[in-house]
Design a protein around this ligand. Sequence first.
Ligand SMILES: *Cc1c(COP(=O)(O)O)cnc(C)c1O
Length: 262
Amino acid sequence: MTNDIYGPFPGGADFLHGLTDGQRARYEELGTNLEVVERRIADACAAAGRARDEVTLIVVTKTYPAEDTALLAGLGVTDVAENRDQDAAPKAEQCRNLPLDWHFVGQLQTNKVRSVVRYANHVHSVDRPRLAESLAAAVLKSERPELGCLVQVALDKAHGEGAHRAGVAPEDVARLADTIADTPGLRLDGVMTVAPLAGPLAGDPARAFDRLAEIATAVRTDHPAATMVSAGMSGDLEQAIAAGATHVRVGTAVLGVRSPLR
Ligand SMILES: *Cc1c(COP(=O)(O)O)cnc(C)c1O
């Protein structure tokens, strides 16, 4: 029998049947890790009095091979994220027949947007009007439907501070949200952050994510459909869920520690 883990999606027992011994071992390892993460998410939801289905797990597959992405799809993962187009584009191409929703979460140069809009349904890292403009132009040139965009918030950034670091200052979120919402081809889906490593909120993800929640609420006042709050990674997903995150982005806890060389 052919061993095509890249689909068309076989699912269930047929999927397992097609695996080599090495793939089966990795499948089991990923399955165990996913169970641990699933338990953490369920416990955090319960502790926060939230329904489990209010939180979507996005598995961050960066630095890992397309084969892992396919195994994750076989394990029922529906959402995956990447942060570098050079790695993501070939992986997404290889996995194109799998039922996966691709999220882009990394710093994005405008010369990469034409590639990114071919596979990504959501870009979490929109942090400047020029990028929104460029994404919109690429969407309109392609046949694809609207692209979901999240404003990346840098909680430790000051108003008007330059673009050398990813994300916009909290004070600048509303204006960029309006720009995205007004741009044909783009859909404003919400806000995203990474807990800051510097500034007054460093080392306090709970407070950082509470601050993001306030910002998300303010954005929804003008844009009620922008309901995505993307926050929380392997080390702080509990704090993010407690603060109202709707999407957690988990890499290490599912796939293992990434090689520092990559
Ligand atoms: C790598 C990455 C993650 C996942 O981080 P882990 O600590 O491995 O869970 C989440 N969000 C972004 C933006 C990332 O680049």
